[in-house]
Design a protein around this ligand. Structure first.
Ligand code: GAR
Length: 206
């Protein structure tokens, strides 16, 4: 049986990328496999991770294009050439244009390190600490044209300890992300995710 083909977009460390690659190789991703890394930062550690895992990389430097649409058109070509079924943003620090968002509507997801709609955008972990909330977590959501505004697919919460720092909380959030994201990707691979306006339902496995 052929597998479910996903592309991961990342800009930095790539711990979520690594988890998805490892889960795919171990057969723990509902039949999904990472077929491509898309990265906008040639020096990012995630690029080395991809090379070591023998995952093809589409690297680009945004500054060398005339517009965001121009580099996204090139990305779409790559995704289509590889028959990518789901696009998974994992620490990809760029807003997408309608080129990507329209083309992959319903097949484009992101993970964000807060319980959305609280603390969208950058520095979500610092925002939560500064605000003084007692609970935070991670959210997987569909990507629409806004900043972390798409329909929510799954969330996982954690308690913020009284002595938490940005570093300690980031570590705790990474740990829950690495459980949550493979689970959500496997739901997609098994055709269990249904979206109706903002309501996302997870059907029982077939
Ligand atoms: C993750 O915590 C992810 O939620 C966050 O970047 C980190 C990437 O870590 N994404 C955002 O903040 C998006 N707004 P990683 O590179 O080790 O996977």
């Amino acid at each position: 049986m052929s597998h479910y083909r996903i592309a991961v977009f990342a800009s930095g460390e790539g711990s979520n990328f690594q988890t998805l690659v490892d889960a795919g190789k171990a057969g723990l991703l509902g039949g999904a496999k990472v077929e491509l890394l898309v990265c906008d930062k040639p020096e990012a550690p995630v690029v080395k991770r991809a090379r070591e895992a023998c995952v093809p990389v589409h690297l680009f430097t945004p500054k060398s294009y005339s517009s965001r649409e121009a580099y996204e058109l090139e990305i779409v070509e790559q995704l289509e050439a590889l028959n990518i079924e789901l696009v998974v943003l994992a620490g990809y620090m760029r807003l997408l244009t309608s080129v990507m968002v329209d083309k992959y509507a319903g097949r484009l997801i992101n993970i964000h390190p807060s319980l959305l709609p609280s603390f969208p955008g950058t520095n979500a972990i610092l925002q939560a600490l500064n605000y003084g909330v007692k609970l935070t977590g991670a959210t997987v959501h569909f990507v629409d044209g806004g900043m972390d505004t798409g329909a929510i697919i799954a969330q996982q919460s954690i308690v913020i300890e009284p002595n938490a720092t940005v570093e300690s909380l980031a570590k705790d959030i990474h740990a829950i992300e690495q459980e949550l994201y493979p689970r959500v990707v496997s739901w997609f691979a098994q055709g269990c995710v249904v979206i109706n306006d903002r309501q996302v339902t997870i059907l029982p496995f077939k």
